[in-house]
Design a protein around this ligand. Structure first.
Ligand code: OXD
Ligand code: MN
Length: 621
């Protein structure tokens, strides 16, 4: 059995100002060592390796994977320090139906989560883990979520028998020594056990024990079911902790818009999967805006932790330190900054590999390769009728690779959020953008967030799904309690909450054509939001919220007709009657715990629509 190096016990060398002795002697650190010993007794690895997080260690893990063939090295000129990995074909995306919230009470998990009794599940998982690491290396990966030195930062430890997972954690998180250095300041840490196991999808379990700060994951080796700090810790468990402690753990990107006058406006945004969250976070403004001095920079692309500052505003940190983005469809038009970001130090997963040891995926702006090896390892040609890359193929890359990473990205205090943006994929009903009237209305807008599943067949619309705050798969407790927590945050003494927006880049006309050109043009909407939060732009009050006056959106260079612009921003009464009914039905699923305020908001919306209908009827007489 080969090991990449360092073996038990954890003896961090003194580094910049932190004495190793102090780290080791903290009660938390002792608890960690005892826990790791317990896990090792259960899983019986041949070797226990404590990850230090050094480059040297990363290199040795990489070489080990090259030697055992689990990853392949990409061409060093075109993809320096990058590698290629294929996951098991049955392990290519999050397994929502194998994800469980094992809270003590079923009622705490709520109707949107799978609940299983924690005692039963611990027993079942102990059997899964029993001896599962025999003959293998068990890696112990301490990690820090949030910027070093931040009061918002939290620690956790993942043990795993997957070198591939360790390699991903290295890029996505602050791991090893820097994490151990923070143990002394914390009152607890999240424990996560992961094993590749047999990869049997029927025996896959991703379990969260909120009362015990524990995550157990087995029979998976890919994505956020295996990289426990991401969705399992930073969202599912952190959301529970955030409620308890009075902050928000959200599935949101964070960006900074700098106006030509130098003022920075920070925004956070929640979008369900495949709605363009990463490309919005990395947005490249149109040339004219760049020339005028506008800038957009990224702070995070997936998760935001937001705490109140002394001034009553919400300050956001990105708990992660890397991006785990969807490769398929990423190109120089949809996300030019991502293309720059993944030039080096990248792990590509489930894309296709070309004969020149390059990578390719559907939608990439390179020429389609004549031959390549597809994501399943088979020879692929453009005629073969199969996709070369899996639709959920990924790149894992450190945030510092991104040319537009904000210098504020690791500010320990976080950045003050002026606007929260919700968005979904809606071909009808939703205007390009609207602003909620206030925090309670904004909470309702987020709670009733919907998106259509993209379909392969042009002209058809996929099923409409509710995905409240884009947290449906990630809220670790009862969704209605979560909404109540949002409402309570806004009621806190001195709270100065962000404005809330809803955007929709996907509205179509009767001919099934998208109305909005999207991508770089989304800057036009961000600029309107900047103007609104700075009190510099007028808006029209409608039944659903505040809508831009057409002249405040900077659309003149499109030479669009007034009718076209009207269509983009229209609030159509018939569509909204249906929307309100759908929302009422959705909210009623949470009946016993549903905050009355959300029902009141739905009723108020219905009344405003009725008024709007009457007004337009009389105006037309
Ligand atoms: C993700 C997701 O992978 O939201 O980030 O599914
Ligand atoms: Mn996500």
């Amino acid at each position: 059995m080969e090991s990449p190096g360092v073996i038990l016990p954890p003896t961090p060398e003194p580094t910049s100002g932190v004495q190793a002795g102090a780290v080791q002697q903290s009660p938390m650190n002792r608890e960690l060592v005892t826990w790791v010993e317990t896990v090792a007794r259960l899983t019986q690895p041949q070797i226990v390796h404590w990850c230090t997080g050094t480059d040297d260690e990363g290199q040795r893990i990489f070489e080990l994977m090259l030697r055992d063939g689990s990853v392949q090295k990409l061409d060093t000129l075109r993809h320096p320090n990058s590698c290629y990995f294929r996951s098991d074909p049955g392990d290519v995306a999050r397994s929502a139906d194998r994800t469980f919230i094992c809270s003590l009470s079923e009622d705490d998990a709520g109707p949107s989560n799978n609940w299983i009794d924690p005692v039963y599940m611990r027993d079942l998982m102990a059997r899964q883990f029993n001896g599962c690491m025999q003959g293998r290396v068990m890696y112990v990966v301490p990690y820090l979520l949030g910027p070093p030195g931040s009061p918002a930062a939290r620690v956790g430890v993942q043990v795993t028998d997957s070198p591939y997972v360790v390699a991903n954690l290295r890029l996505m998180n602050r791991i090893g020594r820097v994490a151990l250095e923070h143990f002394a300041d914390q009152t607890g840490f999240v424990k996560g056990i992961h094993s590749v196991g047999t990869l049997d999808p029927e025996q896959r379990y991703i379990c969260h024990f909120p009362e015990e700060n524990l995550i157990l994951s087995v029979n998976t080796n890919y994505g956020s079911d295996a990289m426990l700090p991401k969705k399992c810790h930073a969202l599912r468990l952190a959301s529970v902790q955030a409620r308890r402690e009075g902050w928000l753990a959200e599935h949101m990107m964070i960006l900074c818009v700098t106006s030509p006058d130098g003022v920075r406006t920070f925004m956070a945004g929640a979008f369900p999967s495949s709605c363009g969250k990463t490309s919005l976070a990395m947005l490249l403004p149109p040339d004219a805006d760049l020339a005028a001095g506008w800038k957009v920079e990224v702070i995070g692309d997936d998760i935001a932790w937001m705490h109140f500052g002394d001034d009553g505003r919400l300050y956001a940190v990105n708990p992660e330190a890397g991006f785990f983005g969807v490769a398929t469809g990423t190109n120089g038009e949809t996300n030019p900054n991502a293309m720059e970001t993944l030039r080096s130090n990248t792990i590509f997963t489930n894309v296709a590999m070309t004969e020149e040891r390059g990578v390719w995926w559907e939608g990439l702006d390179d020429d389609v390769p004549e031959f390549s090896t597809d994501w399943t390892g088979q020879r692929w040609t453009p005629e073969c009728g199969r996709p070369a890359a899996h639709p959920n193929s990924r790149f894992t890359v450190p945030a510092t690779n991104c040319p537009t990473l904000s210098e504020e990205w690791d500010n320990p205090q976080g950045v003050p959020i002026s606007a929260i943006i919700f968005g979904g994929r809606r071909t009808t009903t939703m205007p390009l953008v609207y602003e909620a009237f206030n925090w309670q209305h904004g909470t309702y807008v987020g709670a009733t967030l919907t998106s259509e599943q993209p379909t392969a067949v042009a002209g058809t619309v996929g099923p409409l799904r509710f995905d409240p705050m884009a947290m449906q798969p990630f809220c670790g407790y009862h969704m209605a309690d979560y909404w109540q927590h949002w409402l309570n945050m806004g009621r806190r003494d001195g709270a100065d909450m962000p404005k809330v927006y809803h955007v929709n880049w996907f509205r179509k006309d009767w001919g099934d054509r998208y109305l909005w050109p999207g991508f770089r043009n989304n800057m036009r909407v961000l600029k309107w939001i900047v103007d609104r939060v700075r009190g510099r732009s007028d808006a029209s009050e409608t039944a659903i919220g505040m809508i831009p006056k057409p002249q405040s959106l900077e659309l003149s260079d499109f030479s669009w007709t007034q009718e076209f612009i009207h269509e983009l921003l229209a609030v159509k009464i018939d569509d909204w009657y249906k929307e309100v009914d759908r929302r009422e039905e959705f909210l009623s699923r949470f009946s016993s715990k549903l905050p009355q305020e959300l029902l009141d908001e739905n009723d108020a919306l219905r009344k405003r629509i009725q008024h709007a209908q009457l007004r337009s009827r009389y105006a037309n007489q």
